[in-house]
Design a protein around this ligand. Sequence first.
Ligand SMILES: Nc1nc2c(ncn2[C@@H]2O[C@H](COP(=O)(O)OP(=O)(O)OP(=O)(O)O)[C@@H](O)[C@H]2O)c(=O)[nH]1
Length: 427
Amino acid sequence: MAEKPMNMSTEIPSNEDTHKEDIRCLTTLSHFGFECFPTQMVNKSIRKGFSFNILCVGETGIGKSTLINTLFNTNMKESKSSHFYSKVGLKVRTFELLETNIPLKLTVVKTVGYGDQINKEASYQPVVDYLDAQFELYLQEELKIKRSLSDYQDSRIHVCFYFISPTGHSLKSLDLLTLKNIDRRVNIIPLIAKADSLSKSDLQRFKSNIMRELTSHGIQIYQFPIDDESSAQVSGQLPLAVVGSMEEVKVGKRMVRGRHYPWGVLQVENESHCDFVKLRDLLLSTNMEDLKDQTHTQHYECYRRNRLQKLGFNDTGRNNQPVSFQEMYEAKRKEFQAQCQREEEELKHMFMQRVKEKELTFKDAEKELQDKFEHLKRIQQEEILKLEEERRKLEEQIIDFYRMRAASDPPQTPACTNVKKDKDRKK
Ligand SMILES: Nc1nc2c(ncn2[C@@H]2O[C@H](COP(=O)(O)OP(=O)(O)OP(=O)(O)O)[C@@H](O)[C@H]2O)c(=O)[nH]1
């Protein structure tokens, strides 16, 4: 840093006014005092490194990876994504980048299979869940007694590039549905992807249509700060029309990033060809810090407030009186204990009721079985008596028969004796 003359008021005795030309003006060799704070902060930040998290939402093959590669000179793409995923997924990649000794940890999350399903109603849900999950992780860290937010790896998404298909007409219903569900959770920068497929006039009309639709549906996109000149100008140019390419094409004597077509070369970094340079400047040069700031102060705060309110916490109690966190916690704990006790008693009561019911059922079943047994026993005894009676009658008939035979045949036969013997044995 350049040396600066010392900026201090020096008291000069009035009687020495005439000797002013003798006073030596000293210059400091380095900064001192509180003017060094910015330098300290810059040094600390560089030592710590920077991090930034981007979410890319857009249909398969719309140019998400190519744009990120063009912006950061990374190599995001591994292979072509399939169009046949049954649901939308998210792919997370982290890059450790270095630019003139400034380290940047860049995390890129991109959708996979977005817009490929027949029923697109649930396509936005994985995106919403991911955004909320990162807020929840931060909230959990914040609520810990031993928290370490200074070296916490913040995974909250700082900006969402929403890639709009270059249809030239209007937004699709899936675009509206997703944007409506994520606009309170993340800073959205809408982008018209593959803008080289639209003519200049079509592009301008398309941009106006999109902005009209976003406004009429009440969708909030990232508001670029108006105190910065370039950011203030951009609001009339949204959504930015981007073209991505890692290809080096020869234009005159220079090699430039571009896309080579039979009719000529589209230069990615030429502002009259597309808005890529505008996007790069707005994102990297001017608004990276503001995007992080908005994420924390606006979107995370909103999540935190809703989450704590859902848990039953409030800053004010009945009669709008302020309540301390401790009081609220105690009240909640008591309420929870009372509820547990109520539920325990209810369960006990239900258990006793069911035991009684079961006992009654068993008793009824036992009585029924006993009655059945008695009935069968009675039937069996009656059967025995009946059979006994029949046997007695048969034996009488046999005796009668032999008696009649003996009467018709006077001399005694051994057979008759045998029958008599049989009868005696049975008795
Ligand atoms: N015309 C044109 N083609 C592009 C542009 N950006 C990317 N492409 C091409 O589009 C194809 C898909 O690009 P990717 O960057 O892989 O798209 P993606 O959205 O990451 O694809 P998935 O990961 O498969 O969803 C590639 O052939 C790119 O060369 C662009 O701005 N204009």
